[in-house]
Design a protein around this ligand. Structure first.
Ligand code: SF4
Length: 375
């Protein structure tokens, strides 16, 4: 697997030979984009922080991977943490930061001792005058959002900030801050060192009622039939969900999996988490599970997400109790769209995606529950 290639501090040496401007130019040429879901160009992010004048700058590794169905960053931290740490040091060198943080998902605290060991080894071997502190999250999904994560490191409640300013200009303690996720930083080191680094390889987290769940490295453009062959579903498949926030679409063995095809089905690829759903499952049950997740994880800062997701859950309960009408389904669709249009951060802005896509593709699953007089 490309993601497991070690760089053994040679990428850092090469970065220091190239100098900050050429590192940024190289990452731009290599086409590295953020692997946390937003796909923002890494070179652009680093350049903004590098070019912002400040007495202090920071680099943060976002290891708060908390979306249901996503577990690829954990895989990297288990099997190639040294390259991720080297990627942080390269980012720090490039933007002029002396202090770095790894924000580790609370549920991943069992990784901490080994991660700390690797931080000490890599830092010591690098000879750089840079610190890396590991901060443990407390289990809030919203802290995967970069500004909420920054607030959490600062000791504040983990709630997103209004933007602008963006963290690259005013982040941690209002200083320019690079926030990249685990996979992005690992890829940064590999892209700098290896001429044959392939930007189109992605880590897919595959789960569901399948015999072979796991993390697989596959090229963008892979056919869905290949993913299904790898996963080995236990029953006939019906649907696929792209994590919690990417939406649910009918299974299509001929689908060429890439950003364009997924988005043309009104879904979002996110971090390429694929949850395979078989015919034994009613999609309403999937929506119920995701809606409970969003209701629990909403940080409460803005009204559409805080109140709207509760109303969505109420409507799903009404459907499952056999009390809902077709008008309730239309209301749920409208409400989900409204929450996404008006919420402050990515959590709320994607929280209705499962409802909108489930009602678009699997309305008949909802209709099975409707009040008999109205169905
Ligand atoms: S969208 Fe939800 S999670 Fe984001 S700030 Fe608003 S209430 Fe908090």
């Amino acid at each position: 697997m490309q993601i497991l290639r070690k760089t053994n501090l040679e990428a850092l040496d090469k970065a220091m030979e190239l100098g900050p401007d050429n590192v940024i130019k190289l990452l731009e040429e290599k086409g590295l984009v953020g692997r946390g879901g937003a796909a923002f160009p890494t070179a652009k992010k680093w350049k903004t922080t590098k070019d912002t004048i400040s007495d202090k700058k920071y680099v943060i590794c976002n290891a708060d991977e908390g979306e249901p169905g996503t577990f690829k960053d954990r895989f990297i931290m288990m099997y190639n943490p040294q390259t991720m740490i080297e990627g942080m040091l390269i980012a720090a060198y490039t933007v002029g930061a002396k202090e770095c943080f790894i924000y580790l998902r609370g549920e991943y605290s069992y990784l901490l001792p080994r991660l700390q060991e690797h931080v000490d080894i890599v830092l010591d071997a690098s000879g750089l005058d840079v610190s890396i502190e590991i901060v443990r999250g407390a289990g809030a999904y919203v802290c995967g959002e970069e500004t909420a994560l920054i607030e959490s490191i600062m000791g504040n409640r983990g709630q997103p900030r209004y933007k602008p300013p963006i963290p690259s200009i005013a982040g941690l303690w209002n200083k320019p801050t690079v926030v990249n996720n685990v996979e992005t930083l690992t890829c940064a080191a590999q892209a700098i060192l290896y001429d044959d680094w392939n930007k189109d390889l992605r880590l897919f987290s595959i789960s569901g009622n399948v015999s072979n769940p796991g993390v697989y490295e596959l090229p963008l453009g892979v056919k869905m039939s290949t993913i299904i062959d790898i996963a080995r579903p236990k029953r006939k498949l019906k649907a696929m969900s792209f994590g919690a926030f990417g939406g649910i679409m009918p299974i299509d063995e001929n689908l060429v999996v890439n950003e364009e095809t997924i988005m043309s089905a009104n879904c979002h690829h996110g971090a390429y988490s694929v949850i395979l759903i078989d015919e034994s499952v009613n999609v309403v049950e999937v929506c119920d599970s995701i809606a409970r997740f969003y209701t629990y994880e909403s940080c409460g800062k803005c009204t559409p997400c805080r109140e709207g997701n509760k109303r969505i859950l109420d409507l799903i309960k009404k459907v499952m109790a056999g009390e809902a009408t077709n008008e309730d389904l239309d209301l749920m669709n409208e409400l989900a769209q409204h929450i996404m249009d008006t919420s402050l951060c990515g959590l709320g802005q994607t929280s209705g995606q499962h409802i909108v896509t489930a009602l678009k593709y699997f309305r008949s699953d909802f209709e099975k529950y409707l009040k008999k007089s109205n169905s």
